[in-house]
Design a protein around this ligand. Structure first.
Ligand code: ADP
Length: 636
């Protein structure tokens, strides 16, 4: 029989798996049982619409058989089975399997440290942690022919024709020999295996049956001194279901404490951190359902990429209908993981149709409210955890505000956190508003690369001087969030760049207008010198100790321009830049004097001031060499 090689990558991972001193090798059983359960799920789903399956309810089952003489552990299921082609595709290539997730988490050349392995779904190949050979005998539902896949895990596998009485799969694991350090024989012990099933697979909804060793009293032919028949004990086995089967999400709080749900979460989703929140819902109403949801503590790799797939597992009448039902979660809560189980869903329709099911919409909207409530609760009662959550998924909430033309902004606005200049910590909008002095009418914000840079902006100075606070926005999307929100608790959002009456006293305003009049020629000269780089040159109403700053007029702000610049494509929108000069500053006096006496020098000063404004605004200089030469020119 031809032996086929594993794909190179598969081989490397197999080697690591087999040779790693993995202390949790017992999880192989969980992985193999979970595959069997998936195969049963697939067939049980099929049985809903296909009478030829001929099984229902408890007919679907997993049997575990231990053979001490042959040193084998066999996990059998009467699930969907595999065709020869599926055997090749599913078990011959690691990239098809859960082990792919495992691989993804590793650098190509690095051997993982032991702890890493436990965080990933290791899948079928984990059988090789305890086996010297694995045989998979399987017959696909609807097929007449069974096949056997066999491998010792090292240099390849074979697939040959085989026999099996019905459809389903047997995974036969030939345990490795015991050595001085390792005891594999423990997995031949009924009690040890039952303990592992209880530990990892108790909630599998299909019966996991085993031949349970028992003993019974029998009358022996021998008699004792009194002539009575002696009683002896004989061993026998009886098939029993060893798992409790009721899925964890169907059980009450009294039966299953939160810690068990957290354990379930970590095992099911291969998470190493506790979730920040756990939602257990048992809703009776228009549509009744139970849900067990988790809010993860950190964003998985690739979360903000297009490839990330959101969704909750949807069960009905104990049958898994859709593994990742996207329609159950709005995009702004796509980080949520978990399970929804409803007996009310109409099952005899196809999966596609189900996605548009009205009942599904009812559940989705009720879950959305529930998740919101839970986040609010976390925010109010466990700030530290909420901030951790927000670090991971705050960006998602912000996108949620902006997306769909602001349709979700009411729902999300009180979940947002922004960094406060005064508190040097994240605050909610409500906290910002509550701390506003009586004479402050607006919510002020400024955008920039970092909070430190924003705090150092000339514009921030006058806000601080007024005794107001400033929200320091550092995410690209922030400015769009402000635009979309427009108001919070009847207070308008205002950029720190704005020249509104609240920040500019009537005195300052008058002074600036006066200076604009007297310096009209100078301002026109500066504008002419700078040409199209700026749309206007003005006397600033906001500057206090700094000589210049840049602001914008029209709909596009400088921060938006910076954001657009990061996007691909040409012809990106640009802000209409306004150069603001501080008429009270020495630099302005120098510029005025030069304007009177020496226009060349005045033009140089104008360019220096504009370049400085660009630097402060975090924009690239149009000509850095020229700027450097101009500044050096002053040092003569
Ligand atoms: P995963 O289960 O994460 O996809 P595995 O490596 O555990 O990865 O399994 C690979 C694939 O082999 C499964 O996706 C499934 O298609 C198939 N498979 C494994 N065990 C069984 C089984 N008992 N019955 C039917 N198919 C199975």
């Amino acid at each position: 029989m031809e032996k086929k090689e594993f794909k190179t990558e598969s081989k490397r991972i197999l080697d690591m798996m087999i040779n790693s001193v993995y202390t949790h090798r017992e999880i192989f059983l969980r992985e193999i049982i979970s595959n069997a359960s998936d195969a049963l799920d697939k067939l049980a789903y099929r049985a809903l619409t296909d009478d030829s399956v001929g099984l229902s309810g408890d007919d679907f089952r997993i049997k575990i058989t231990l053979d001490k003489d042959a040193r084998t552990v066999t996990v059998s299921d009467n699930g969907i089975g595999m065709t020869a082609e599926e055997l090749e595709n599913n078990l011959g290539v690691i990239a098809q399997s859960g082990s792919f997730r495992f691989k993804n988490g590793l650098d190509s050349d690095k051997v993982p440290d032991v702890d890493i392995i436990g965080q990933f779904g290791v899948g079928f190949y984990s059988a090789f942690m305890v086996s010297s050979k694995v045989s998979v005998v399987t017959k696909a539902f609807g097929s007449d022919q069974a096949f056997c896949w066999e491998s010792d895990g090292s240099d390849g596998y074979t697939v040959s024709e085989s026999t099996r009485s019905g459809f389903g799969t047997d995974v036969i694991m030939h345990l490795k020999d015991d050595s001085e350090e390792e005891n594999y024989s423990e997995f031949l012990d009924f009690y040890r295996i039952r303990e592992l099933i209880k530990k990892y697979s108790d909630y599998i909804r299909f019966p996991i049956v085993m031949d349970v060793p028992k003993s019974r009293a029998v009358e022996s032919d021998e008699t004792d001194e009194d002539g009575k028949k002696k009683t002896t004990y004989e061993s026998y086995t009886e098939e029993e279901t060893v798992n409790s089967r009721i899925p964890i999400w169907k059980r009450s709080r009294e039966e299953v404490p939160d810690e068990d749900c957290v354990k379930f979460y970590k095992e099911k989703y291969y998470e190493h951190e506790d979730p920040v929140a756990l939602i257990r819902a048992d809703v009776q109403g228009l549509v009744s359902y139970k849900a067990l949801l988790f809010i993860p503590a950190s964003a998985p790799f690739g979360y903000y990429s297009r490839d990330f797939e959101k969704g909750l597992s949807l069960y009905s009448n104990g049958v898994m209908i859709i593994d990742k039902c996207a329609d159950l979660l709005p995009d702004h809560f796509r980080f949520v993981k978990g399970i929804v189980d409803s007996d009310d869903l109409s099952l005899n329709i196809s999966r596609e149709l189900l996605q548009h099911d009205r009942q599904l919409k009812v559940i989705a909207s009720s879950l959305e409210k529930r998740i919101k409530r839970e986040l609010k609760n976390l925010l109010e009662n466990d700030r530290e955890k909420y901030e951790k959550f927000f670090t991971a998924f705050g960006l998602q909430l912000k996108y949620g505000v902006v997306n769909d033309y602001g349709a979700h902004k009411e729902l999300l606005s009180d979940l947002l956190l922004f960094r406060s200049m005064n508190k040097k910590a994240p605050v909610t909008l409500a906290e910002y508003v509550a701390a506003m002095p009586e004479d402050q009418k607006h919510i002020y914000y400024a955008c920039g690369e970092s909070a430190e840079k924003i705090e150092a902006l000339p514009q921030s100075e006058r806000i601080r001087d007024k005794g107001f606070d400033l929200l320091c926005l550092t995410d690209d999307v922030d400015q769009f969030v402000m635009e979309m929100l427009g108001k919070f608790e009847e207070k308008d959002f205002k950029s720190a760049d704005a020249d509104d009456d609240e920040l500019v006293g009537s005195d300052e305003k008058e002074k600036a207008e006066e200076a604009e009049k007297t310096s009209a020629d100078l301002l026109a000269f500066v504008k002419e010198t700078l040409g199209d780089s700026v749309s206007a040159v003005r006397i600033s109403r906001k500057l206090k100790s700094h000589p210049v700053c840049l602001s914008s007029e029209g709909g596009i702000t400088i921060e938006m321009e910076k954001y657009f610049a990061t996007l691909p494509g040409d012809n990106k929108p640009k802000a209409d830049r306004v150069l603001e000069l501080n008429a009270g500053h020495e630099a302005f006096a120098a510029l005025s004097a030069a304007f009177e006496n020496d226009r060349d020098t005045a033009a140089k000063y104008a360019r220096i001031l504009y370049s400085q404004a660009l630097l402060i605004a975090g924009l690239p200089l149009e000509n850095p060499t020229e700027y450097s030469d101009l500044v050096c020119g002053l040092m003569k």
